[in-house]
Design a protein around this ligand. Structure first.
Ligand code: SF4
Length: 354
């Protein structure tokens, strides 16, 4: 074994012995979930350290109502739905965008492509499914700025962007207060900065360590968390300083502030979280698909039997779902956690929990 990995493992084992009880660390980010599996990090951890996958996969946390609303919009001949790829496979209450087989549903690789669809289809109202966290929201703000500059009037968004810190607070305030610490998401932290986690460390006394996606960084992050717990500390640390600054990306944050405001929007599995979702500010309502099309976003229940909500809160592991690897598998997903490549169920299925 690589000597530096061995060194980190020794520190980890020492810390866990000092702690003297089992601990639960939540990796908030879906990219971490997959990377931890792919690099076999879970199998390197000493007994007593349990990793929980959190609500950090953009597709997984998009509520069923947003999916159903997109499905309703896709039936209108005068609209063109643009969305990132994973979203089209997520089942709504009755079907998915993929299974609808509508010519007016288009997968895009970027928000630029979505805006381009508006330029090229002036007879349609283009709706972009704006999902994801602080990582993707700035790209949405950039195209809104561009649409304004070009005077493009047929571009709108169905805004379902989420904010990570309110979700972490919501977890600790009732959904799952058994979480001992957080391995904080690398990509989101590039935007919001490591200082953003201070309230979690200071108010809730939970260690927060920001890590990138290299195996050594993730292992080091977990070791730092265990060392904090073993010495009774709870603070914010970063082992991803090459990309994450304490104050984050101020330009991106300003853009978010210009176009959006926090509101108590719905999350899959976590319900409505105070200030946990972004919506367009009133002065930019012309970009709001719901307002332009006069629709009230639907409030739909989760698929019968699906435990995605409990998986996203770290309350159960995917194999505890009675549908896991039976009626729910990557070819026939029942819930979004099996659809998205970053979803916990998909990662467990692919790596068999190792
Ligand atoms: S296995 Fe399928 S149905 Fe069960 S929680 Fe995961 S995605 Fe939902």
């Amino acid at each position: 074994m690589n000597p530096s990995i061995e060194l980190i493992r020794n520190r980890l084992t020492d810390a866990v012995q000092k702690i003297g009880r089992s601990i639960q660390i939540m990796e908030v980010c879906g990219t971490h979930t997959v990377a931890l599996f792919r690099h076999g990090i879970r199998s390197l951890l000493p007994e007593g350290v349990r990793l929980l996958s959190g609500p950090g996969c953009p597709v997984c946390v998009t509520d069923q109502g947003t999916i159903d609303t997109l499905l309703e919009l896709a039936k209108r001949p005068d609209t063109l739905i643009t969305t990132y790829g994973d979203m089209i496979r997520v089942p709504g209450s009755r079907t998915s965008l993929e299974k609808l087989h509508r010519p007016n549903v288009r997968v895009v690789l970027s928000t630029d492509d979505a805006l381009d669809a508006a330029r090229k289809n002036p007879d349609k109202l283009v709706v972009f499914a704006a999902v994801g966290f602080e990582t993707t929201a700035p790209a949405t703000a950039v195209v809104l700025q561009q649409a304004l500059a070009e005077g493009i009037r047929n571009f709108t968004i169905l805004c379902a962007h989420k904010l990570v810190i309110p979700a972490m607070k919501a977890l600790l305030e009732g959904r799952n207060d058994k979480i001992d610490a957080f391995l904080c998401p690398g990509h989101v932290s590039v935007i919001i900065g490591s200082d953003a986690y201070r309230p979690i460390a200071e108010m809730y006394h939970r260690p927060c360590v920001v890590a990138g996606f290299e195996p050594m960084q993730m292992l080091e992050g977990i070791a730092r968390i265990c060392e904090q717990i073993s010495s009774g500390r709870a603070c914010v640390e970063s082992v991803y300083q090459a990309a994450v600054r304490p104050a984050g990306n101020e330009i991106a944050l300003k853009l978010l502030e210009e176009f959006f405001e926090p509101w108590d929007g719905p999350w899959r599995g976590l319900g409505r979280i105070p200030g946990g979702t972004l919506r367009l500010k009133k002065q930019y309502e012309q970009f709001d698909a719901a307002k332009r099309l006069d629709i009230t976003p639907l409030d739909s229940p989760e698929p019968a039997g699906c435990l995605c909500g409990r998986v996203l809160c770290g309350l159960v592991e995917p194999p505890s779902c009675p549908l896991f690897a039976k009626t729910c598998n990557p070819d026939h997903p029942v819930g979004p956690c099996m659809v998205s490549t970053e979803g916990a169920c998909s990662a467990w299925y692919k790596y068999r929990g190792r």
